[in-house]
Design a protein around this ligand. Structure first.
Ligand code: W6P
Length: 409
């Protein structure tokens, strides 16, 4: 089997990032390119597995020593060994075999995110870990190490998926349809665990419907995670069990200033009488329990597709913004009912709060970004931005030169 030194040496070989367009070409131009793709992957996957193993071995505050991370390292090591001892495909039959093998590896690696985040939970519950994570610098370091590893993982899974899915996973996307699907899924989860969901109003700019090449599941995940968060925040503020109602019930002239009401009209009651000032959300939302909607705007320009997702759920204070993207973050402020403390609820709403950091990695993987902003005391907006043209290379940790490398076919 492969030695530690051999893994470290392999990890030092520079990975070769592909562009969306190159991935598309590989997957859609017949048997000859398919074989080239297999040959490329045979070499490239070894490098990327090796890098991923080294990244796992370097996880700080003892995370690398946890059972979960050791299991992940063992999985990747076995994948690396199996690719290494497999034959470089020279015909379609051998390619089929190779494709089966790497497809099985992708399957085996499916639960790695919850596995490793479980390891992080474990560390954070030890006295040492808890103390370490209290320091912002350590928290940030853990987070950026995990970002690096999970980004590598996205790249590996993308390459495998692209080779083993008919026609590849890079496709022209109907963004409006993706938003609709993500919105339906988020609404159903919200209804199940938080309460009746707010309406989602989708606006498509004139150019928003232009052709857009991307990986549908990546975009879906980004929109879904952000909508879920906006919905949960909206329901917690305005829904049937909202805390705000208790506050609204007290005299508007004596607001509790220790926690500023998100309803400006409540803190400064007379503002409603000012000409030209629109107050939204209105008092009535908090009094009647109706939910202010979430707004999604889809637009495209020369370079970017942007999806802006806005709620009026009171906002998040700026010192908490970073925390939204921590793997240790729990999105829920209140304890979940104990019957819901595990499983699907936890996965989506409390303690399983790694949906947002992973969503941001999906955006970054092809050179995009997720930016969170908040008008504190009013609401939040998140921007998903993705390059339109598919010329952007993958972001692959360890690859320092991000300019396009010509691939010879
Ligand atoms: C909030 C908290 C949050 C996180 C992510 C996206 C939107 C929102 N809105 O209040």
């Amino acid at each position: 089997s492969i030695s530690h030194d051999e893994i470290v040496a392999l990890a030092q070989v520079c990975p070769t990032p592909l562009t969306l367009q190159q991935m598309k070409t590989f997957a859609t131009h017949g048997p000859e390119l398919r074989l080239k793709s297999a040959v490329f992957l045979h070499k490239e996957l070894q490098i990327r597995f090796a890098r991923a193993i080294v990244e796992l071995s370097e996880l700080p505050i003892g995370l690398n020593e946890t059972k979960a991370v050791r299991m992940a390292m063992a999985t990747y090591t076995s994948h690396l060994e199996n690719v290494r001892k497999s034959k470089v495909p020279t015909n379609m039959e051998e390619d089929a075999e190779f494709t089966n093998m790497i497809g099985a590896m992708k399957k085996e690696g499916s639960n790695l995110v919850p596995l490793i985040c479980g390891g992080l939970q474990e560390v954070s519950h030890t006295e040492e870990g808890r103390n370490a994570l209290r320091l912002q610098e350590i928290q940030d370091s853990v987070n950026s190490h995990l970002d690096t590893f999970f980004l590598s993982r996205i790249g590996i899974r993308m390459l495998i998926g692209q080779h083993s899915t008919d026609g590849g996973r890079v496709k022209l996307c109907d963004v409006q349809d993706i938003v609709k699907e993500a919105s339906d899924r988020a609404s159903a989860l919200c209804r199940k665990f938080c309460g009746p969901p707010p309406e989602v109003i989708v606006k498509v700019a004139a150019n928003g419907a232009a052709p857009f090449m991307y990986v549908r599941s990546h975009l879906h995940h980004m929109v879904f995670e952000l909508l879920k968060n906006s919905m949960q925040a909206t329901v917690e503020l305005y829904g049937p069990n909202a805390k705000i109602r208790e506050r609204s019930a007290c005299s508007p002239l004596k607001p509790k200033m220790n926690h500023l009401s998100p309803l400006i009209g409540f803190v400064i009651p007379d503002i409603e009488h000012l000409d030209g000032v629109t107050i939204f959300p209105h008092h009535s939302h908090s009094l009647s329990g109706t939910l202010p909607p979430i707004t999604v705007v889809i637009s495209q320009g020369q370079e970017d597709l942007t999806i802006k997702i806005s709620d009026v759920a009171g906002g998040v204070k700026r010192s908490d913004w970073n925390r939204l993207f921590y793997y240790t973050h729990t999105t829920s402020t209140k304890e979940p009912p104990s019957s819901l403390a595990t499983g699907e609820f936890r996965e989506h709403f409390s303690g399983g709060g790694y949906g947002l950091p992973i969503a941001r990695l999906f955006a970054r993987y092809f050179g995009g970004e997720i930016t969170f902003l908040s008008s504190e005391g009013y609401g939040s907006s998140a921007f998903i931005q993705a390059h339109r043209l598919g010329r952007q290379t993958e972001l692959v940790p360890g690859h320092t030169n991000f300019t396009l490398q010509p691939l010879k076919f």
